[in-house]
Every structure is written in C-alpha cells, then in structure tokens.
Design a protein around this ligand. Structure first.
Ligand code: FAD
Ligand code: FES
Ligand code: FES
Length: 1479
C-alpha cells in the first residue's frame, strides 16, 4: 500500500478506508477507548490518535499534559515515564506498570488507564503525593526535568511492591544529570515499608541506644555505636542522611497509614475498565501524518488472517521498543501495524509443561522475570533455567522497557547484541511459528533458536508468519548448568558489548566429571547470534578442569577472531570478554557442582541414583571470586551521610561594602531570631518540578497559528556547499517554508556570529565550505513537528568533493598544524633547584589523554520566538544560560534593534555550560523564521541533533616532562613540571581559548612546583565547536597534573597518596600565575587541614591495609583507593564578565520580587537569591519571589557560568535591597518597634518613597582579570610573584578533598564504587542542602566523565563510523551517563566548618564547578585497582598511561593477563595496549 498525499489537501490516500465497513461488520471498533488520570478521554480527542503516534505526543499535543517530558525519544532516559494500569481478568486484579511514553504507541493504551505525573498529585490542587513530598523535602530535584518521570516510575513501583529491595532492583530506567541520585534514593527509601531505620540493633534485636545493658554490653555493635554517639556529641554539625530526622518524620507520617496513598493507583482506576473491552480495534489514519492503519485483533486466527491478507505490508508491534526506534531514527514507514490484544492469552502467558517451559512470544519480559523469580529457588523442575533467565533479564534494558517488550520482538529483530537470543539458543529452545491460509486454517512449524538467525538481522520467518511461543526444554535435575554473561559500558540499561549464554552437562567419570554436552552462544562477536561450534566440540568429552577451559579458550579465540577494524570496534576487548566468560564458566560450574553435590547428599531420591561421586575440581581460594559476576549479584543499597555546620548567616563581602548589612546597624530584625541565610531551604521550584507543573520552554502553550521548526543540516564536511533543493520539501503536506542564508540577507540581517571570535554562520551560505558534519544550512517550518522533520529530510543538499581528509582528532591537528594559534598561551615560572648531594633527581616523561564529554542536560535546546506588533517586536523564550547573547544575536540576525528583542528564560532543564553559547544558533534560526513568517515558531532540538551539533567538553592531550627530588630521608619534593596541552576545539573557536586558559591555571593542581612551564593551544578540527562544560578546562588541567603525580610517585617509589600529601601548597606559596595563597590574598588555604581531616575520618591507613589484604585473597577481584585534593579558582578570567545586576521591587503587601541577570538551571541560584533578599528584609523566605530572567528587566547580563552567579547576583540583589532599606530607614524609625515590612512599605508608598531599586555588583578590579599579553613592566618590583603583573585571575579558591574505594572485576573490566567521601570548603554556606546537591551532582558527573562517558567520532580509530568527522554517540543508547546503580554504595559529603570567605556574599563560596573533579577520585581508585591487578598478573612495575575515561574496556585490557595477550597479534603489545579513542 502506498501512502500518497492527495494534492491540495492535508490528507493521504489510505486504501484501508475502503476496508473499514467490512472490519466493522466483524465487530471492529474504530475509535480507541483511552483513559487518562481517572477519566475517559473524550471521543473527539481520542479519535485524533494515530497509528504512528506515541503516547507522549498524544499527551503533550492533544491532551496538553506537559508534565511528561521528552528527554531522548528512544526509551533511554525515563523522562517520559507514565503508569499504565489494566485489569487482569484471570487474576481479577488491576496491574500497574511503568512505560516509556516516548515509545509506547498511544493506540496500544486502548482499554488501559494512563497515569501521568499530573494525576499523581499537584501543587494547584494542594495535594502533593507522599512521593512528591518526599522528593521535595529531601532535595531530590534540581533542574526538575527528570523529576516527573522519576516520580511516576516510583509511583508504579510502589503500586506493586513498596519494599526497599524491590525499589532498588527496579529503579533502573530513569536518568538524572543533576542530583547524583543519592537524595532520590533517600526519598524513595523513606517511603519503603521495610526501610532500615538507621538504628543500630544488636543480634539480640534491641536498639543499642535503648538497651538497659548499654553501659555494660560489650558486643561489637554497642561498642561501635557508643563511639559514634560520643563523636556526634563532640560535633555540633547537622547531619542528614538515610537515618535523618526528616526521613523518620516521613516514615512516621506515611508508613502509619500507607494504604491511603499506596492504594491511589487502584482507586483512580476507572470502574468500567474492569470489564475489559472484548472487541477488536481498527484505526485508519488519513491525516497528513500518513500514519497508516492500526489493527488490534482479539483472536489468534484474526491476527494470522490479517498477516495473511496484507503479506509484507504489515508489521507486528508489541512493545514497540524496536519498531519505535526504526520509525523514529531510521524513518521506516509501516502502512499497517498489528498489535494483538492481551485477550489472546496463549501468546501472553507462561506455562510449565511436562517437558518444556512454554513462554508466549508476547509475554512482557518483566512478567517472565517475575515468573522466574518465583520458581528459581529450586521449587520447580525449571528452576535451573529460571535463574539464568531471571538474572539476564534484570540487566536487560530497563524496567520501563521490560514492562512492554517481549521475547518475540527480541528474536524477530535478531540484533547481533541481543541478550536473550544467545541465552535461548544455548538452552536449546525452539520457536513455534504459526500462520494461516485465507480460510483461517492455522498451521505451525518449529525452528530451533540456534538455527533461526540466518544473517545480519535476517531470520527464518515469512511476512505472514508469527512467532507464537518459545519452548525451552526441561533441564536435568543435577549436573546441567546454564549461565548468563553480559558486559556493557554501564551495568544498568545498556546494550551488551558481548553477551553469552553457556550450557554444560556433566557426568561423573572416575575421579572427575566429564563434559557430556555443551552449547555456547554469543552475541556481540558477529553480525548475528552465533554458536561457538568448534569450542563446543572441543569441550565435549573432556573433563571439567581449568586446563580444559584454558585450551578451549584458544579454540574459541580462533573461532571468533575479529579484525581490528571490525564494525563496532573494541575487537581485542570483545575477544577478551569471550575468553574471560569461558574461563568464568569453569569457576561457575565448579561452584554449582559443589552445590549439586550437597543437594544430592541431602536428598534421598537423588543420593540413591548416584554413589561415590567424585569431588569437584579443586580451585585455589583466591580464584573463587571469579565465579561471582554482577549479573547475579544483588544491586547495592545506596546510602550516605551529609554533614554541614549548624545553619546561620555570616557576614561576608556585603558587610564590608554596605554599612547596613553590618549586623549591628541593621534596620530590620530577624524573624523569630532565625537566619534565612544558612538554612537548608528546599529548591524554590521543587514542588512544581515534582508535579510536572514547572513550565520549561517546550511546555509553553503555543500561541495560535504557531509553526514548528526543524534544522536542515549537512551530512558531510570539508566539501563545498553547492546548492540546496527545497522543491520536494515544500511539497510535503504541512510544510510552510524553508529559510536559508538568502533569507537572512533579504532581511538585512547579519549571518555571522561567534562567542568570542565571529567565525560561525547561522545558516551556511552556498559556496562556503562545510566545516563540520551537521552544520546548519537552513530551517524548515511547518504546521506540525512531524511535518517540519519530514520537510527537513526531504531537502536535498548538493555537496562538492571532499577537499582533504578531515582533521578529526588532536593528533590529526598536530600533524597538520591546525591550531587556533592566536590563542596559544604560556605560563612559566622558575625557581633555583634546591638539592644536596644525597638527593636524587627523578625525571619522567610521557603523555596523557582525557576524552570529551557530552552535557546530556535532560532538556534539549528549545526556543519559542513570538513576533508581535506587526513584527516590530520579538519575544524569544529560550532555554539558555546566556540571555543577553541570545538577545544580541537574535537582534542582529533579524536586523532588529536589541531594544525590540526581549529574551525570557524561566528555567532550564540543566545546562552545565552547554547552554552558555551553543544555544545561540538555534535561537537565531527560530528568530529568523518567526520574523519572516510573522508567526510564532518553536524549535526544540531532538536529542540526536542536540548531541551532534552543540559540542561538549574539550578532549585533551598532554605531553609532559616532570621531575622530583628524592631526599635522603625518602621524602620527595616536586621539582619541575613542563607540559604542553592540546585541546580539541572543533570547527569554530567558541570558548576554546578561555577553556584552555583555565586548564593552564589548574594544571599545577593543589601542589607546589618550584619550576613550572605550561603551554596550551586549542586545535582546530572538524568536530562541532566544543564549549563550556562544568569546570571549563579546569578538570582537564587537574587530571593531567594528577596523572603526572602518579607517574612521579611510581618513578620515585613512593605511594601516590604520600607524594600528594608531602607536596600540597602551603600558606604563602605562590601559584604559577602569581597569586599568593593565604588569608589576605585569596582566602585561607585550607587544603592541608582538610586532607588531614578527611584522611582521619575515612581511617585511610586502615583502608589501605584492608584493601591490601583483600587483594591478596582475590585474584580476579581487585580493590583500589584514591585520595584526591583539589583547588578551583573562582572568577571569570575575562575581567569585564565579573559584573551583574538585579532589580528588586518591594510591594506594599510586604512581598518582594527579585529579577536578576542569572539563569536558573537547577543549581538553586534563585532559591539562594531569595534567601539573601529575605534575610536582608527580615521576611520569611516565602515572601520573596524570583520570576524569570528577562532582558527587559535586567539588561546586559553575563552568561550564568563560572560558578559565579551567587557571588554576583547575591551581591547585586543586596545592593538593590540596601538602596531600598536606606530609603526605608526614616520611615522605619518613625514606626513602632514591631512594625512589619508590609506596614513599613505601605507607609513608604504614601510618603512617595521609591520601593524599587536596581542593584549592581562588579568584582573589585584588583581581584579579577588576567592579561596574557602584558610583559613585565620595568617598574614592577623584583620580589613580587612572577606573572602577577599580568593580573589576578581568581578572587579566591573553593577547595576540597575526596576519597574513593572501588572494586574491579579483572576478567571483565566491570567496576563498582564501594565508597566515596567528600569534604568541601564552601565557606559559610548560604544553603547547605543546595550546596551538597551541587557537590553530589558534580561528583557523579565528574565520575561519569572519568569512568564511563565516551564520545566517539568517525576518525582513524573508528573507521567504521562514516562520514569521517560524524559523531556516533548521539543518544542515551550509545552514550552512557551514570545511572541510579552507579552511585558509590556509601556516599558521604561534609561541608568544612569554620571557614570564612571575606571575598563573597555572606562569606560563602562558589560551588557549581569545583567538586566536579573530585568525581575523578573514582578514576584514580580504579587505576590503583588496575595497578594491583597488573602486579598480581606479573606485569612489571612499568608505569602505564591509564587514559580517561576508565571504561570497562580500558580496565579489562590494562589488567593484562594471558587472555588479553592471546587476542593480540603480538602478545608483548598487551602491556602498553591502548583501546581506541576519539580525543
Ligand atoms: C532503551 C532500550 C534498551 C534496550 N536494551 C536491550 C537490552 O539490554 N538487551 C537486548 O537484547 N535488547 C534491548 N533492547 C531492544 C528491545 O527492547 C528488544 O529487542 C525487545 O525484546 C523488543 O521487543 P518489543 O516487544 O518491543 O518488539 P517490537 O518493537 O514490538 O517488535 C520488534 C520486531 O519484532 C517483530 N515481532 C514482535 N513480536 C513478534 C512475533 N510474536 N512474531 C513475529 N514477529 C514479531 C515486530 O514485527 C518487529 O519487527 C532495548 C531497546 C531499547 C529501546
Ligand atoms: S524521552 Fe522517553 S525515555 Fe527518554
Ligand atoms: S534534576 Fe534530574 S536532570 Fe536535572
């Protein structure tokens, strides 16, 4: 069937229209029965639902319920989570499960009830659900974009099983980029019915603190608890943790009567749905969307008849987790979708028969998982297969995906990295394939799973056939073993790199066991699921022994040999994994054999069948842990403690600047004697985040007549842009226009922009060279998003020949001399070498690479441009950190004065630097379209476009030489450091210069280098322009320094910890950029003190001993430790940027409105500003409000960046408050003592006193700015620090230390973080909860950057990605950020006490960026564990370059054993082998 537009209309031909009456006669309905949030969707809305439409699109666009968010469109982030409820007629109960609305077809919810976040609870209705309340109160949201999805995911889980273990197992389908998850865990656990209350109890069950024998009881638990009680007494810091009071409050209030809220999903369920719809459904779409037809047959025969009738032109859809991806990303069009009703019970159920377990092909994976969990305890004949299926499914995708996806879909898709297909193949499973003839006579055939896969994504299945079920043969009662294996980049919700199912049958044979049968299947080693036939043959008949498996591994490696340029890459790692899995199989089977022998001994029937059984092969004690893999281990219980000083406000910079804030002279009095500043107030928008009522740019209701826009981008680079052909695109129904550079020229606008250099086009002009894959050449606007996307796709771009090989990597750029040369800077200082004769000078030389990072803010770039007043005014609503930059360029590109362009920004769903400059070009595209069309235009980038076009953190390459002096007492002093830094800047300059500068300012680390030279230059490549990212180059500089510290420590024969401790800067030391560390210059230097404090708190020396002891007992698991100090300079290094404004209005009701130049991206800036204003006026926090940031309220703002916003806007707000308070002083004095602010304001108003003020703050001239070009003036004193004539880049330093402990699996490269402790000096905190939130979030982001987040480009290392220069990692499927399960199992954060900062507001310190690098402590702990593994594998102590990120591949390959060596052409290469990377 062809779906063709009918000319001149907005409809398509759909010949199924002619079939409607015949299907109606068969009882088919034509309007779906949809129910949302307790009510039936009216038919006029339900009839708008299309076959290709996702539930998310229906909810947001038709129902206007915008609480459910679009984060990725591919089921990978959970922002779109909804609860689906339906009635199970067999069990006679309502079942509830979560699903991804971005994949679920709206028509698949026919007959179901959908609950969105709006249905859970609302601020408007004044009825927050306990989950929402817990999330607000426990600071579980920052930017809030992920929050509705997380709330609904929890709501679904609690509806099923409110136990802690269950929640921990299943909260795996949501991502949060801001919080670091710990507070979300706390919120969830606070509501669990079986939560550990944090009270220490002895084995006797009595709470130690309440025990009458407390004083005399010498049980270890009581002794430890007494110690910690004594410490708590000493320490007056506030402690909130999993055992905090708040959590207990929750438990008390909600656990007492949980029924009331736990039953909400049932009580909301519409009564009429308890009688399930029995009639089938057919929905025929004729709209310009060309969605085709949806069939929902209710009998197997009907289903097969439809397949027979429309052979080849119809697609079965069950969970839509594959079909949905094909539709969205491969743009496949399916004219007919067939989604069988659950009333066909045979395909949705599981039955255990006499000889086989039969699983209906459409049974949701979570149902299978649940079924298996109930029988895997040994109670069923199928327990032996239930356990491996269950274990594999736990790590298969996410709960949301498993709730809808099925085995039939996994099998029919035939992905080469499918997880279940190898499992089923190894178990000897058979498929039952059904079809029928025209008369509906059903026939069936059986196919072995191992023979089902023919070639890449091709299976033995005809278009009219349907997989009805899967039969798995019953395993033997003993001596048959099935084991699942999986290794991915991330444990949770990640597609495997290699996956395997292995089955082995044994029989006793003399003194050993013989392998009598075996099947080994792999995914990830070939274009299809494969059986390792030769290895199987080799093993059969051999005895169970390690040597057998070592030999079998050699056979296997020959059988699966991969070429080094294999598509997908990671050739050596994939082969290593296969070999490691096989070796693990030996240990696992030996372990299980031991269990079988015990079972036989205890079971009379079995023991009568077997006699004189031999013992299992003996396994060395230290090798036993090889049998333990994460696949079957319990998910950890994440907990942590957060400590901060008691809440109080402190005088800081404001008291120096304004007399009025010097407490003694204050005009107003504190409310209830309490400070508002210093309190852990919750995020001002927290409740709105949790109910989905917080409005983000894409949620703003569209004004009538609005258009949707999609960018048109180039598919290659380094070629001339010859022409653009828009004919086909303009013929696409719904498309309104396409705008290109010519339209900007016609407007008289300026097509050029740039963050610093003006080196970018808004729309690339014809004739210009395409500088990056994805460069924007125009924008398509249409009546719907789908139409604008179709129009953009239909636009043809003609390219010239690719001129020369695109420069993609830093190495490419160095070879071609492709640098932003004007931005090359050198920082140099020297000191005389102070050595004595006994000293030894140790020198090292090497290189270090760290990869880039994608911002992965949950909300992609979004702009709504609304023209008004005949096009003379333009309002741009935009998710940006840079309101003024957006205003400036939207004005210049549309040829409008800036005064007529207003940019408004309410909140962002995360920014992290990614929305500092890279939002501009898409906002300009929307502005141009709005200006020309005179219609409002919305442009929201898809996740893939956002990730492909907007750049990220700069990858760095460092080349260094360094030296240290080993003294006669074996102490070591750093001597000299000479480093060249190269960053991958991408195709335009953007902020690459300042980013490199900050790297240069941080590459010294917190260590004193007497002699120092650092040179840095950004490289020009064809990657998209890279940009600001939390830390802004600082982390790359710091990482280089720490790498060098490890290298030197290794060379000097000292531990890395000791080298660091002995070489920390001291008070009075001077940095290479000429700043003196110390109280009067940059604030107190606290790191040495903090280093000592944290070291004592974590009992570092004990940990070292314990880890060494653990490592000596384990060959295949190794632990590692790291201790990392950091200093981070605060101020924009460009002097002019250190300024900010605020506008404060006091109203006569005593409430205050603050507008400031900063933007709220989740960091809590507005909350802190409210606290500062509330404190200034002595009013409750609720009486102060910050609305949006708007260029017509506070003009000429700086981007919200450099962690500086509270410093600037807090002070600017205080400046405005001070002006108003000064004016109020005489009024205040004339009123009674107890006059309220309302009374004062009212009186002032009548006395004609201005109650508004504009505040302004500029950082002191002498405390910011560094000019690289200034040569040393002749008059400059000789004793002044070197380089200090160039300026003073930082106002002060935020300082911190972190300790981390990890465990790696030497055989697979998997790792887990056992513990991280962080201590940060944030000065006197304005809001400890927000500061801790920033620390935790930054830490996890830094951990992600350094351990798992890998950006991959088509370059020399990845020749399978084409065209060269294209970024491959464009969604959560390919790019992994840390998930819920990646958080350190024990994650503790403390704020340093008694630390003042006279250089910032209320003595606070900036916090957004500084803790980011502390997350890399996990990387260094991994490196330590790898070092231990290398040592135990006999690799000599040669220093190795562990590149960032420490992916599972890097970890495994660096462990270097014979398995790794066997995968190399030259085994000696293994010691220095480096996995490929895009740097
Ligand atoms: C975020 C995400 C994570 C994922 N993670 C994993 C993972 O960890 N491991 C893994 O292996 N896969 C993973 N997948 C892939 C996918 O979830 C599975 O392949 C799933 O089993 C597909 O089932 P489905 O019901 O959604 O299939 P659908 O998308 O509904 O259908 C897929 C294909 O199967 C056909 N089909 C379905 N049922 C039948 C039938 N009974 N007879 C004949 N043809 C049929 C359909 O016509 C279609 O061609 C992931 C997918 C996503 C989106
Ligand atoms: S938007 Fe649906 S999972 Fe990301
Ligand atoms: S709060 Fe989770 S992504 Fe921002």
């Amino acid at each position: 069937m062809k779906l063709k537009p009918i000319r001149g209309t907005l409809t398509y031909e759909n010949e199924d229209v002619d079939l409607i009456s015949s299907f109606k006669q068969k009882g088919y309905r034509t309007t779906p029965a949809l129910y949302v949030n307790g009510s039936k969707v009216p038919d006029h809305l339900a009839s708008q639902a299309r076959a290709d439409q996702t539930l998310l699109s229906f909810l947001r666009e038709v129902m206007l319920l915008t609480g459910t968010k679009l984060g990725c469109s591919e089921g990978g982030c959970g922002a779109c989570t909804v609860t689906i409820s339906k009635y199970d007629t067999e069990k006679k109960e309502i079942i509830h499960y979560s699903a991804n609305a971005c994949l679920m077809p709206v028509l698949a919810t026919d007959g179901c009830h959908v609950t969105t976040v709006e249905g859970v609870g609302s601020v408007k209705g004044g009825n927050l659900h306990p989950i929402q309340k817990a999330m607000v109160d426990m600071h579980g949201s920052q930017c809030g974009f992920c929050t509705p999805g997380i709330i609904v995911a929890m709501y679904s889980l609690f509806a099923n099983n409110p136990s802690q273990k269950y929640i921990e197992e299943h909260l795996d389908g949501n991502l949060c980029r801001c919080t670091g998850y710990r507070p979300i865990w706390d919120a969830a656990k606070s509501l669990c019915q079986d939560d550990d209350d944090g009270i220490t109890r002895g084995p006797c069950g009595v709470a130690c603190r309440e025990c009458p024998e407390r004083e005399v009881c010498d049980m270890e638990c009581n002794v430890e608890d007494k110690k910690s009680a004594a410490e708590e007494k000493k320490d007056d810091s506030v402690c909130c943790s999993s055992s905090s009071d708040k959590m207990k409050d929750f438990q008390e209030s909600y656990l007492k009567d949980p029924k009331a809220w736990l039953d909400q999903p049932n009580s909301m369920f519409p009564e009429e749905l308890k009688t399930p719809l029995s009639s089938p459904l057919m929905v025929v779409d004729r709209s310009f969307h060309a969605a085709g037809t949806w069939f929902k047959p209710t009998t197997l025969q009907d289903l097969l008849l439809i397949l027979n009738q429309f052979k080849g032109e119809c697609k079965i859809v069950i969970g839509n987790t594959e079909v949905g991806i094909e539709t969205k990303f491969k743009h496949s069009v399916f004219p007919r979708l067939v989604s069988p009703s659950t009333s066909i019970t045979s395909i949705f159920s599981i039955e255990s028969g006499e000889n086989s377990l039969r699983i209906g092909s459409c049974t949701p994976l979570s149902t299978i998982q649940h079924y298996c969990s109930e029988i895997m305890d040994g109670s069923s004949d199928y327990s032996r297969i239930a356990k491996p299926i269950h274990d594999m499914l736990r790590w298969f995708a996410s709960t949301q995906i498993r709730n809808v996806a099925c085995l039939g879909g996994n099998l029919a898709t035939a992905s080469p990295i499918s997880d279940m297909n190898p499992m089923l193949a190894s178990m000897g499973a058979t498929l039952i394939i059904a079809s029928c003839d025209e008369n509906g006579v059903i026939s069936r055939r059986n196919v072995k799973v191992s023979e089902f896969f023919l070639s890449y994504r091709t299976v033995d299945l005809q278009p009219h056939e349907f997989i009805e079920g899967i039969e798995i043969p019953k395993p033997d009662e003993v001596f048959e073993y099935i084991v699942p294996f999986k290794q991915a980049r991330r444990r949770e919700d990640d597609i495997s790199i290699v996956t395997s199912g292995m089955r082995l049958k044994l029989a006793p044979n003399g003194t050993s066991y013989e392998i009598t049968d075996c099947s080994i299947a792999f995914g990830g080693l070939a274009p299809k699921t494969i059986m390792a036939n030769e290895t199987q043959s080799y093993l059969i008949g051999k005895s169970l022994a390690l040597e057998t498996f070592v030999e079998a591994r050699k056979v296997l490696l020959k059988e699966i040999r991969l070429p080094s340029d294999v598509p997908g890459g990671q050739a050596q790692y994939r082969m290593t994994l296969a070999g490691s899995f096989l070796q693990t199989m030996f240990y696992k089977v030996t372990d299980l054999l031991g269990e079988d022998l015990m079972t036989i001994a205890e079971d009379n029937v079995l023991s009568s069948q077997f006699s004189n059984l031999p013992s299992p092969p003996s396994v060395n004690e230290d090798e036993k842990s090889a049998a333990e893999t994460f696949v079957e281990q319990e998910k950890p219980s994440i907990s942590g403690e957060q400590k901060f000083p008691p809440p109080k406000s402190y005088n800081g910079l404001e008291s120096k600047k304004y007399d009025i804030f010097n407490e003694k002279k204050s005009v107003t009095k504190k409310i209830d004697g309490k400070d508002v500043v210093g309190q852990p107030a919750t995020h001002a928008s927290g409740a709105l985040h949790c109910t989905g009522e917080a409005v983000y740019t894409d949620d703003i209701p569209l004004p009538p007549n609005s258009l949707h826009a999609t960018l048109i981008t180039a598919a290659i680079c380094n070629a001339e842009f010859l022409s653009i052909d828009t004919k086909l695109a303009l013929e696409t129904p719904g498309v309104h226009a396409i705008y290109t550079h010519e339209d900007i020229e016609r407007l008289g606008g300026n097509n050029i922009w740039g963050a610093i250099q003006h080196d970018e086009y808004i729309f690339l002009p014809v004739g210009a060279t395409i500088s990056t894959v994805g460069q924007v050449v125009g924008v398509c606007v249409a009546d719907s998003l789908e139409a604008s996307e179709a129009g953009a796709r239909a636009t043809k771009i003609e390219y010239g020949d690719v001129k020369e090989t695109p420069i993609v990597s830093i190495e490419d750029a160095i070879n071609a001399n492709s640098f932003f040369e004007f931005s090359r800077h050198v920082l140099e200082k020297s000191s005389p070498l102070l050595t004595s004769e006994e000293d030894e000078l140790v020198e090292v030389e090497g290189s270090f690479r760290c990869g880039g990072q994608e911002h992965f803010y949950l909300e992609t770039n979004s702009t709504l441009a609304v023209p008004s007043d005949g096009g003379r005014d333009l309002t741009v609503y935009c998710s940006t950190q840079a309101v003024t930059k957006t205003q400036k360029y939207c004005a210049s590109v549309t040829n409008m004065p800036a005064s007529r362009v207003v940019v408004r920004m309410k909140r962002m769903g995360g920014g992290f630097g990614g929305k500092e400059t890279r939002t501009v070009f898409s906002s300009c595209a929307a502005a141009v379209a709005a200006k020309i069309s005179s219609r409002p235009v919305r442009l929201t980038l898809s996740r893939a476009t956002d990730m492909a076009l907007t750049g990220g953190r700069h990858a760095f390459l460092a080349k260094y030489k360094a030296s240290a002096i080993v003294k006669s007492d074996k102490s070591v002093k750093l001597n000299a450091f000479d480093v060249q830094l190269f960053s991958n800047g991408g195709s335009a300059f953007d902020l690459s210069g300042p980013v490199m500068d900050r790297a240069l300012f941080h590459v010294d680390g917190p260590y004193y280098w007497p002699t120092f030279r650092a040179e840095g230059v950004p490289c020009k490549t064809v990657q998209p322009p890279h940009t600001a990212y939390r830390g802004f180059g600082g982390p790359q500089g710091l990482a280089t320094c720490e790498h060098v510290m490890d290298h030197l420590a290794n060379a000097c024969g000292i531990s890395g910890y000791e080298l660091r401790r002995q070489n920390l800067y001291s008070d009075g030391d001077v940095t290479p950029f000429g700043q003196i560390l110390g109280e009067e210059y940059t604030g107190k230097w606290n790191i040495p003190k903090m280093f000592q404090k944290l070291m004592e708190e974590v009992k570092y020396d004990e940990r070292v001993k314990e880890v060494a002891e653990f490592n000596s007992r384990h060959k295949y698991k190794k632990r590692g430790l790291s201790f990392l100090p950091t200093k981070f300079g605060i101020a924009f290094t460009a002097k002019f940027m250190n300024q900010g404004g605020a506008l404060v209005h006091l109203y006569t009701d005593g409430t205050v409105l603050v507008s400031h130049g900063g933007t709220e991206m989740g960091q809590g800036l507005s909350t802190k500003v409210c606290q500062i204003a509330a404190q200034a006026f002595s009013i409750p926090l609720e009486d102060v409000y910050v609305n949006d940031t708007s260029s017509d309220k506070v003009a000429n703002t700086q981007p919200t960046a450099a962690s500086m916003s509270t410093d600037m806007y807090g002070m600017a707000t205080l400046d405005a408050c001070q002006q108003i308070l000064e004016r109020l002083k005489p009024i205040r004095e004339a009123l009674p003592e107890d006059a309220t602010l309302q009374q004062i304001a009212e009186k002032a108003f009548f006395e004609r006193v201005d109650l508004s003020a504009h505040g302004y703050f500029a950082l002191d001239n002498s405390r910011c700015g560094f000019d690289w070009t200034i040569e040393k003036p002749e008059s400059f004193p000789d004793d002044a620090p070197q380089n200090s004539w160039k300026g003073h880049p930082f106002n002060y330093f935020t300082q911190g230390c972190a300790f981390s402990e990890v465990e790696i699996n030497v055989l697979t490269g998997d790792h887990k973080t056992i513990r991280s402790d962080v201590l940060v000096d944030v000065g006197r905190t304005i809001n400890p909860a927000l500061d801790i939130g920033q620390i935790e979030g930054a830490f996890i982001q830094g951990m992600g950057w350094s351990t798992m987040e890998e950006v991959v480009y088509g370059d020399d290392d990845h020749t399978w990605i084409r065209p060269r220069g294209r970024v491959f990692t464009t969604g959560p499927g390919t790019y992994k950020i840390p998930a819920f399960n990646d958080v350190p199992e024990s994650f503790n954060v403390s704020l340093m006490e008694n630390v003042d900062n006279p250089f910032a507001v209320h003595s606070s310190k900036a916090i957004g960026e500084p803790p980011f690098f502390l997350g890399a402590s996990v990387f260094y702990a991994i490196k330590d564990a790898v070092k231990n593994a290398r040592e135990s594998n006999g690799v000599d102590n040669t220093y190795f370059e562990m590149r960032m990120p420490a992916t599972s591949e890097r970890i495994r390959m660096a462990c270097v054993d014979d398995i790794v060596q066997d995968t190399m052409e030259n085994p000696e290469d293994a010691i220095f082998f480096q996995p490929l990377s895009s740097v």
